[in-house]
Design a protein around this ligand. Structure first.
Ligand SMILES: C[S@@+](CC[C@H](N)C(=O)[O-])C[C@H]1O[C@@H](n2cnc3c(N)ncnc32)[C@H](O)[C@@H]1O
Length: 328
């Protein structure tokens, strides 16, 4: 019988508000391009909208990741040294993870630790995974590395760690920061621990742009919710009707960028941060990047940051890769 699911919640709500306020002020005070950290896209509304994005015809990433795990989970699991404890960075709803846990739970009992800053994502993940036989789940409402350190501290002698970083979420980091992040993950791991890293691959620009600016406007709502969240939580006065969601492709950086573009000159006040700023007509706030890769550079990225690549599996319908790394 599956054991009772639990979530270890963040316990510092007033500090989180302060950190949110301070990150917002820093991002909106930039002398050039104003920006907001993409992690704040995921409150209860944002996580719900992201789950809908994953169902959209334009957003092929999620289905590609699913197809790969449907086809190859058994082979991936067979390459791991057991017993394995599973930690997932930014688990979201855990819908894809279920496929891998099913394969793993056929050979051992599994302790699964989803780590996500969004409590509502963790609740969804519990609904998805919590009733699986042979799987125990304890969620951590934490930032990636804080959560991973807590999971690593729970491992017992002889247990291997499998870290999942699915959905091509690594693409939210620019390339140098992505390398740095993989090194920081490696520093928590022991030799021969595994990292399953999903990466969205380069493809025609129109296809990429529509994945981040769909016809039904769900991604626009997801992006716009960041301003609504600042209004709700920090008592700000963003007028959402004065913004437009824009997706752009930067060819030199090979990334899709999401921006919120001001339709007019405007003044915005964020009362809980004691901050006022101005936007010109046409000026944008940069809210998210999604870097795109080629398969060889993913192997090199792993090799530079303390891993060897043991296998890559590709989806041909929507070019996408699952990459299995082992810590060296
Ligand atoms: C692009 S979604 C991917 C969700 C899921 N892994 C998938 O493949 O569908 C990114 C997830 O990471 C979480 N997240 C974003 N930044 C985070 C951070 N710094 N620490 C922990 N979780 C984070 C979000 O709340 C969200 O659930």
């Amino acid at each position: 019988m599956a054991s009772a699911p639990r979530i270890i919640a963040a316990n510092t709500a007033p500090e989180i508000i302060t950190e949110f306020a301070s990150d917002v002020v820093v991002g909106l005070s930039q002398p050039g391009q104003k920006e907001l950290p993409s992690k704040y896209l995921y409150d209860e509304v944002g996580s719900g909208l992201f789950d809908v994005i994953c169902l959209l015809p334009e957003y092929g990433l999620s289905r590609a990741g699913m197809r790969l795990l449907q086809r190859h989970s058994s082979e991936i699991v067979a390459r791991l040294q057991s017993p394995v404890v599973v930690a997932e960075l930014g688990s979201g709803s855990g819908v894809k993870t279920r496929l891998l846990l099913e394969a793993l739970s056929r050979q051992q009992r599994v302790n699964y630790y989803p780590i996500d800053i969004s409590l509502s994502a963790l609740n969804r993940c519990q609904q998805e995974i919590g009733q699986m036989d042979q799987v125990s789940i304890v969620g951590f409402e934490r930032a990636y590395l804080d959560g991973l350190q807590e999971v690593a501290a729970r491992r017992k002698d002889g247990e291997r760690l499998l870290v999942l970083f699915l959905g091509s979420t690594i693409g939210n980091f620019d390339r140098p920061a992505g390398d740095q992040f993989l090194r920081e993950v490696r520093a928590v791991l022991q030799k021969d621990d595994a990292l399953l890293l999903a990466t969205d691959l380069e493809k025609p620009i129109p296809q990429l742009l529509s994945a981040y600016d769909d016809a039904a406007g769900v991604t626009a709502a997801f992006d716009m919710n960041l301003l609504a969240r600042i209004n709700r939580e920090l008592d700000a006065d963003f007028d959402l009707s004065l913004f437009k969601h824009v997706a752009r492709y930067d060819q030199s950086e090979r990334r899709v960028e999401m921006h919120l573009q001001s339709k007019a000159w405007q003044r915005i006040t964020i009362r809980k941060a004691g901050f006022r700023f101005y936007l010109r007509e046409g000026e944008t706030i940069w809210t998210e990047s999604s870097h795109k890769y080629n398969p060889q550079e993913v192997v090199q990225m792993g090799e530079r940051t303390g891993y060897r690549c043991d296998g890559q599996w590709f989806d041909t319908e929507w070019p996408f890769a699952q990459n299995l790394f082992f810590a060296v």
